[in-house]
Design a protein around this ligand. Structure first.
Ligand SMILES: Nc1ncnc2c1ncn2[C@@H]1O[C@H](COP(=O)(O)OP(=O)(O)OP(=O)(O)O)[C@@H](O)[C@H]1O
Length: 319
């Protein structure tokens, strides 16, 4: 039996318009606007204190917004709708909040009871299978590793068959292997059609899992597919590695019409700004060889989501 039923409701999973939240004089987030399509994995990135958790708690009906509007899982975010919204979503907070003296199964039974889940045995079985936890059902949660506890927390979040799953830093504090396991499980959920709203500090994780990301720093700085953001912020470039530094790199690159600018990159490397990397690469290689250089490699300069993030959040020129 499929754990997640296809959702019949039309419209985006989340629609957020000019939403703001203040605590007294402190602005947690301001004038935030975005939409998340059904089935999308949407990454919410930003430095500490950017307002990510507060956004999750607000959209999850745990905090009232100060101003603005939103719809969550097809319902307008209003106090009157809070209970109905909560039945359509699940939030996995950063700390799993499990009963550590109870087993995995006992924890899930407790929460199924609390959420008034119909046919709890079947749903618990599905959630355990979805999170590869069937073999650990009778383990006491207090004896589990942090990674396994996160998986139990994910299983708990799945019990109510949510349309939208909010994951607040689900891999925080996990080692790379445990983080990768949790990421693979999240990837599996998205392939089953669950809309995932993921806050994370792991930029490689966002790049790997998310269809689109928003970078938040109190306000939304940018939204888009990771590849689009790279293209929007950085001009295309080639990275050249040679065996020894060029005697006069300016002279080598100045004679090439395809090269719009250059800068050194390490002891014997150069980054060349070009509008068409594939077309420019052969001419660059010929010029380097003509200048007597031994070319070790020539490749498109790849900007990571981390470069995009640093450029926007820290104002660091990533080249
Ligand atoms: N209950 C509260 N009362 C007062 N200020 C709060 C409250 N909750 C959050 N804040 C403030 O709102 C701002 C945003 O906090 P939030 O926890 O949403 O950031 P975050 O992006 O999730 O940070 P982190 O990455 O560190 O988890 C911070 O300045 C924080 O101190």
């Amino acid at each position: 039996m499929a754990l997640i039923k296809p959702e019949s409701t039309v419209g985006p999973a989340l629609s957020v318009r000019h939403l703001s939240k203040r605590f007294g004089d402190r602005v947690a987030f301001d004038d935030v606007c975005f939409e998340v399509e059904r089935g999308e994995v949407f990454g919410f990135l930003g430095p500490n204190g950017a307002g990510k958790t507060t956004t999750v708690r607000t959209l999850g009906t745990l905090l009232a917004p100060t101003s603005g509007e939103a719809t969550v899982a097809g319902l307008p975010l209003t106090p009157a709708n809070a209970a109905r919204i909560r039945r359509r979503i699940a939030i996995m907070p950063e700390s799993p909040g499990l009963y550590l003296r109870l087993s995995v199964l006992e924890n899930l039974r407790c929460f199924a009871d609390l959420y008034e889940i119909p046919d709890p045995a079947a749903r618990i079985g599905d959630a355990l299978r979805a999170m590869n936890l069937t073999g650990r059902a009778s383990d006491v949660c207090g004896t589990l590793s942090k990674g396994l506890r996160q998986r139990v927390a994910l299983a708990r979040a799945l019990l109510a068959d949510p349309q939208v799953l909010f994951l607040d830093e689900p891999t925080s504090g996990l080692d790379p292997v445990a983080a990768r396991e949790v990421q693979e499980l999240i990837d599996g959920l998205s392939r089953r059609g669950v809309t995932v709203f993921l806050t994370t500090h792991r930029l490689a994780e966002a790049e790997r899992l998310c269809d689109r990301v928003a970078i938040l720093n109190t306000t939304v700085r940018v939204i888009g597919r990771p590849g689009e953001l790279r293209e929007r912020l950085f001009t295309p470039a080639l990275t050249v590695r040679v065996a020894a530094p060029l005697a006069d790199p300016g002279q080598v690159f100045a004679g090439l019409p395809a090269v719009e600018g250059w800068r050194p990159d390490g002891a014997a490397g150069y980054v060349l700004e070009v509008s068409a990397p594939d077309a420019a690469a052969p001419a660059v290689t010929r010029a380097l060889v003509a200048a007597g250089a031994d070319v070790l490699s020539i490749s498109r300069t790849r900007h990571s989501l981390e470069d995009v993030y640093l450029e926007l959040v820290e104002g660091v020129g990533a080249g």
